[in-house]
Design a protein around this ligand. Structure first.
Ligand code: ADP
Length: 642
């Protein structure tokens, strides 16, 4: 007898105990291990390959974002800047000449400036020879006056930074402006400063060390042997560091004219490093592009040096995170991306990756703001994209294969199901005639009770009952076949449901009485409704027969009908064995029989309720059950009354 619940697979514990199962499990486990190891190897390989390339452009871009978004930090307040600006030129009617500059320097000295860095070229200043000589003399006399020269002398080269006479006695200092023109990001932006070239310090650390003594370690032979500041790195033969830039305008320049015209000494320059330069936008040489802006005049050279010297005084140049950290971060992110791509659903995967990108960026930002730590991001971010695009096609192939397998399996199952139903229908159909013949013959034999002994009569009765059961089962299977091939058509006629119920009850009265069960009815008067009487009769018949089958002797069954909210409600309540809650959802399934039913001698196919539900739903009705094990069950059928 077909029974969907009987085909229990071998319990998994047993499968694992058998030698074959154990081996399969072992093989599966080593496969999982192999998978993990290959993913880790892939992640490490990607990280190793990516870290061979600097990706300077991308990294500089990400660096600039961090600079731009950082909260403003305080300056050392040791620097003041003065600019020959357009108002100076328009008021004087000329670019300051030798006499103007001399006057300016006198004013500046009176204001007690600590150091003066002159970013203008004195040899370009206009004036008579005497005026120029006087100016040069003044410059020589001032104790901490330096002319900044955009050049670096080679080792042993003595007069490389010397100015033309009459300024040849003026102190000069090397002050190159490193630009990422042919190196690093190649985007013409200035991010670095040069601190020393061939072991000779440039002007910046010399000046800054007056305010930050620990900056230069002096040894006996070489007075400026080592620059000791954060973030120094070797580049070719130079010591360099990144400038901790503040936004433009942080070191706001005072106009050259203002200083010139003020009579009283100006306290704002007292004890400060004063940078004097030009801001008249006549040449791009006076400006740099910064991490804040790619504009050609994004920041004056004056402000650049202010930023650079201040970075040294505050000693907060950004430090590049060690390369092993970058390697580990890249490998971790690669591994995570591979894992996400292969296991998460596409939308979730994308969300996880987006969150990772944001989280890593926020982490890098906080490290930069808080500790001046520059965590390299180009490789980790590139790793995400590379791993994603590398593994997506792989995943697609796997999914495609899986769905193809599902499709094939599904097709096979459908075919098997069809074959099964066809076979059952065919067999049932062929069985119907012999059963009818048996029933006919038993009828004939049974109609002459006098010629039979009581034992023979009993045998005839058993044959009759068995053939009834067989016929019922055969009709069930035939109905199932009709359902499956969608061959059932409703023959609707106006019918009184009460009449049908009474009919069924009367037919089953004999069966109930044989078990000592009483069937009571409470039928409220109803209007006739359009139903397929045959099908609905089968429904009621199944419900009442079940109630008799699954109830102990000497109990009663109540069949009631009523009309409620546009529905005709028929209930069959028994005082039988009831149904376990865990089984309730299954009892309307094809061939399902409860554990109790299977254990008992009560016969059945497990088709009755499946058919009942199908027939009721064909009428756009509903069927449901309430049951308490040991107390009884109530089946409710609702049919639309309209
Ligand atoms: P069957 O031929 O086994 O009676 P049904 O589809 O009619 O098949 O019923 C499915 C299962 O539901 C039965 O095996 C039985 O376990 C349970 N069942 C149905 N009606 C009742 C009832 N009135 N009381 C207890 N259990 C029932």
């Amino acid at each position: 007898m077909p029974d969907g619940t009987n085909q229990n697979p071998v319990p998994s514990e047993m499968a694992s105990l058998s030698p074959g199962g154990f081996r399969t499990k072992l093989r599966a486990r080593s496969k999982v291990w192999l998978l993990h190891v290959s993913r880790v190897a892939f992640a490490v390989a990607i990280s190793a390959i990516l870290n061979q390339f600097p990706f300077d452009y991308i990294e500089s871009f990400l660096y600039d974002i961090r600079v731009r978004l950082q909260p403003s930090h305080s300056t050392s307040n040791a620097i003041a800047t003065i600019a020959v600006d357009s108002s100076t030129v328009s008021s004087l009617g000329r670019v300051p000449n030798a006499a103007d500059t001399l006057r300016f320097l006198n004013k500046l000295e009176a204001s007690n400036a600590d150091t003066i860095i002159f970013l203008l070229n004195p040899t370009e200043i206009v004036g008579s020879l005497d005026e120029l000589r006087a100016l040069a003399k003044r410059m020589e006399e001032m104790p901490n006056f330096y002319v900044a020269i955009d050049d670096v002398p080679l080792k042993g080269e003595k007069d490389a930074l010397k100015l033309q006479p009459p300024f040849d006695g003026v102190k000069t200092g090397s002050a190159p402006v490193p630009v990422d023109r042919n190196i690093f990001a190649r985007d013409d932006v200035t991010r670095r400063m040069m601190l020393a070239y061939q072991d000779a310090p440039t002007l910046l650390p010399i000046v800054a060390s007056r305010f930050n003594q620990s900056l230069i370690a002096k040894s006996s032979e070489e007075p400026f042997a080592r620059i000791q500041t954060r973030g120094v790195f070797d580049y070719l033969k130079s010591d360099q560091a990144f400038v901790r830039f503040s936004p433009k305008g942080t070191y706001r320049s005072q106009s050259f004219l203002d200083v010139l015209e003020q009579d009283s000494p100006q306290v704002q320059f007292s004890k400060k490093i004063v940078l004097v330069g030009r801001d008249i936008e006549t040449t791009s040489k006076d400006y740099i592009r910064t991490p804040f802006s790619r504009d050609i005049v994004a920041m004056t050279i004056i402000e650049y040096f202010a930023n650079a010297i201040d970075t040294l005084i505050r000693n907060d140049a950004p430090i590049r995170a060690p390369s092993w950290l970058n390697f580990i971060l890249t490998a971790l992110i690669s591994y995570m991306t591979v894992l996400v791509v292969l296991t998460a659903s596409p939308t979730r995967g994308l969300m996880i990756l987006a969150t990772t990108i944001v989280a890593v960026f926020v982490f890098a930002m906080i490290a930069f703001w808080g500790a001046g730590l520059w965590v390299v991001l180009a490789q980790p971010f590139l790793a995400i994209f590379i791993c994603y695009y590398f593994f997506i096609p792989y995943r697609l192939i796997i999914e495609n294969r899986r769905s193809w397998e599902y499709y094939q399996k599904n097709r096979l199952l459908t075919q098997v199901e069809e074959l099964k139903t066809n076979f059952l229908s065919m067999m049932s159909h062929d069985l119907k005639t012999p059963i009818a013949r048996i029933q006919g013959m038993t009828e004939i034999v049974g109609s002459e009770p006098n010629t039979l002994t009581p034992r023979q009569l009993e045998a005839v009765e058993t044959i009759r009952r068995s053939s009834d059961e067989l016929l019922e089962f055969v009709s069930g299977v035939l109905n199932l076949g009709r359902i499956e091939s969608k061959a059932i058509q409703l023959h609707l006629q106006s019918k009184d449901v009460n009449g049908l119920v009474a009919d069924v009850v009367q037919k089953l009265e004999y069966l109930a009485r044989s078990k000592g069960i009483e069937i009571r009815t409470e039928l409220e008067p109803l209007f006739s409704v359009k139903i397929d009487a045959d099908l609905i009769r089968q429904v009621f018949s199944n419900l009442i027969e079940n109630a008799i089958k699954y109830s102990p002797p000497k109990t009663s069954i109540l069949v009631s009908t009523e009309e409620r909210d546009g529905w005709i409600v028929v209930q069959v309540a028994d005082q039988g064995v009831g149904i376990e809650e865990s089984e309730l959802p299954n009892i309307f399934m094809k061939f399902y029989r409860s554990r109790n039913a299977k254990a008992s001698t009560t016969k059945g196919s497990g088709l009755g309720l499946y058919l009942a539900k199908y027939f009721v739903e064909l009428h756009k009705g509903r069927i449901q059950v309430d049951s308490t094990p040991g107390q009884g069950s109530t089946f409710t059928v609702e049919l639309p009354s309209a």
